[in-house]
Design a protein around this ligand. Structure first.
Ligand SMILES: Cc1ncc(COP(=O)(O)O)c(C=O)c1O
Length: 400
């Protein structure tokens, strides 16, 4: 290892944990460390690099737009911004788009939209029911809506108005609804919470409840959107339409961009209600536009579905051969393998040693989320490396 960790320790805020690896280069599904060692990257920038590392479509869009127009204030019209918004509207069930820079900011914006809608249409209702184990980001309102106590507690008092209910429990949503409720925010499947897939009719029942009680359904598709779960959007797999949807991560395939989409009836912002400096700037929206076009034209969600099933078959094979595995689950190319014991860290370290990058999503579980254009051979290689790493970690733990 180089001196990067030591240098960082002197100057960086210690807000997050690092893996013992400094990455310097990427191409396709592989990244390389400073010593030139390659790794098969099944983290993909945490479900961001939808087309792999340094995909030609992103490199070309960046170069072209960088030489044309980088940034203008949002007080002016911009061509790539409108083109990306048109594409999103054309290919989703939503009618209007607003651009931001990250997933957390997309959710912040969705909360403002829902609160304003509550003021206009529901007598000032402002509560947004959220799920336990959810993840919506780390800004103050987003973390207030995030159902993981350890992310919230250091920052209390938080933003009021986010009651929590267990995920995958429609009855709990019904019970938590009152005259203050304006919306419900859910992930189609929980990513950071451990890749938790709800019952097939969960979102349909929630949608039904929202219709009955005149509530907005906000789907946080920051992780599931843009092909990750085998359809362009997770809501398609669930057979429901949200009133508001948030996107980020895979939309830019490596560049920071987020978006909030809303149906016409929920699109209640008026000029002056919201704004930002960088959101939707020409550079990021030109990339987002070309990425989304590529994903649609090459039917990348279909590849995510195919390879996701192949990955799942590989994980199930590991499960069959190793009683230490409790469960494998997920959808498309968002998958997890759960162990009976808290051995995910140990397995992850062996994965790194064997040239595979995965994510310790819980002490007992690893998450796999490769680029959406991953090949069969790469999926098979990952399954082989993962099984080898598990075997080695178990042997190491036995030896103590
Ligand atoms: C479902 C979901 N929402 C929101 C976020 C926050 O996105 P960002 O890190 O871009 O703020 C994440 C990040 O992992 C996420 O998975």
């Amino acid at each position: 290892m180089s001196d990067i960790p030591e240098r960082e320790a002197r100057v960086f805020m210690r807000a997050g944990k690092r893996q013992p690896l400094t990455l310097v280069r990427g191409e396709g599904v592989r990244v390389w460390d400073e010593e030139g060692c390659p790794y098969l990257d099944f983290t993909a920038g945490f479900a961001v690099d939808s087309l792999g590392h340094c995909p030609p479509v992103v490199v070309a869009a960046l170069a072209k737009q960088a030489a044309t127009l980088l940034q203008v204030s949002n007080v002016f019209y911009s061509v790539p911004q409108v083109e990306l918004a048109e594409l999103l509207v054309e290919h989703s069930c939503l009618d209007r788009v607003y651009f931001v820079n990250s997933g957390a900011e997309a959710n912040e914006t969705a909360f403002k939209l829902a609160r304003k809608w509550g003021k206009l249409h529901k007598d000032g209702a402002f509560e947004i029911i959220a799920a336990e184990n959810s993840f919506h980001g780390r800004t103050l309102a987003a973390v207030s809506a995030t159902g993981t106590a350890r992310y919230r507690e250091p920052f209390t008092p938080l933003m009021p108005g986010f009651p929590f209910v267990p995920y995958n429990d429609v009855e709990a949503i019904r019970a938590a609804t009152n005259e203050r409720t304006c919306a419900i925010i859910l992930e189609p499947l929980q990513g950071e919470g451990g890749v938790n897939v709800p019952a097939p009719d969960y979102l349909r029942q929630v949608r039904h409840w929202c219709d009955e009680r005149n509530l907005l359904l906000i789907l946080d598709e920051v992780q599931t959107g843009i092909g990750r779960v085998g359809a362009l959007f997770g809501y398609e797999r669930a057979g429901v339409e949200p009133d508001i949807m948030t996107l980020a991560k895979g939309l830019g395939s490596g560049v920071p961009i987020g978006a909030v989409l809303a149906k016409e009836h929920a699109s209640v912002f008026e000029p002056g209600d919201h704004g930002n400096t960088f959101g939707g700037n020409p550079l990021m929206t030109a990339v987002g536009r070309d990425v989304l076009r590529y994903i649609i034209e090459h039917d990348i969600p279909a590849n995510a579905e195919r390879q996701g099933e192949r990955l799942m078959a590989g994980l199930r094979g590991i499960e069959d051969r190793h009683p230490e595995v409790k469960e494998t689950r997920g959808m498309g190319l968002l998958r997890a393998i759960e162990f009976h014991e808290a051995i995910a860290d140990a397995v992850n370290l062996r994965c790194i040693a064997n040239g595979l990058l995965v994510n310790v999503v819980k002490p007992t579980a690893l998450r796999l989320m490769p680029p959406l254009n991953v090949s069969e051979a790469e999926v098979d290689e990952a399954a082989t490396l993962l099984e080898r790493s598990l075997t080695e970690a178990l042997a190491g733990l036995k030896q103590g």
